[in-house]
Design a protein around this ligand. Sequence first.
Ligand code: NAD
Length: 307
Amino acid sequence: MKITIVGAGNVGGACASFITAKDIVNKILLLDLSKEKAMGKALDIWNASQLLKNNTKVIGLGKNEYIKTKNSKICIITSGLIRTTGMTRDQLINKNAVIIKEVTNNLLKYSKNALFIIVSNPLDLMTYVAFKELNISRFKIFGMSGLLDTARYNSYIATSLKCNPKDVQSLLMGEHGDTMIPLLRYTTVSGIPIGELLSKRKLKVIINKTKQTGGEILNMLKTSAWYAPGAAIANIVESIIKNSKTIMTCSCYLTGEYGLNNVFLGVPVVLGKHGIEKIIELQLNKEELNKLKTSSLKIKQMMEQLS
Ligand code: NAD
């Protein structure tokens, strides 16, 4: 089984290394505008194989070598520009849309049955751009967003409670951006509702910090986060390869779910070997539904900015 990652930057390299550590695929093709960069990362990751006890061959490719990605089971797109300090995700729109269109077309030529995972920002919009370009089933293309945002939220709850992050269970929905919706009603720690463990004031701080994490890391590193995004992508790939039917939030194309249409938005789904096997429709209350609508409106406004 082979998979392709386009974009051998920070996120592409990190997700390649997290996937190899899981030892779940035979081959990863890492393709970039710069073949040298892709080859260098591939070699470095392969050098760690004996240490990490895996046998996943990683091969670096340049932009004229899409033919070598033929018959990939999964194509992951991390190519794109990153936000610079002070720049919003929205400002990336048209530059990254051009990259996404070019890359998806090249991939589709050789891997017609692949599942597509989009990572480039602004995430929900770039997934929409790729979907329109690919013209494939909406269950075979989705964006990586909610899993990362949920992990960030969970890590702050664990910090606040001084507990193990693996005991925190939660759900975030909506945009991968400022209007994301951490759902307190669906947040528990070892089965205990979060409202019984943390005050409203503390939870508000955690929710704000979750929303601001992307920007906070950008300010500190002068580039996007990559470890947690890479780990989130690897978990998605694992769910697909192992057909584990894991429930997680991904950015999906909605055609009436939650009363929303023609928009990619983070919602809980069941992930398996065919991609999205089910979109879960929760019984959201009025306030939660309104927040989801606000999120959807924001993405639709960005859709209008696409040239
Ligand atoms: P990076 O600059 O380190 O890497 C991007 C890579 O894409 C570069 O190596 C570049 O050469 C390559 N590239 C650009 N155009 C290309 C093309 N046409 N064909 C092939 N390769 C091309 O950036 P990064 O930190 O890895 O981030 C990549 C993208 O992921 C950005 O858009 C960033 O905003 C986004 N991101 C998303 C999430 C998320 O949660 N969805 C998290 C972090 C970063």
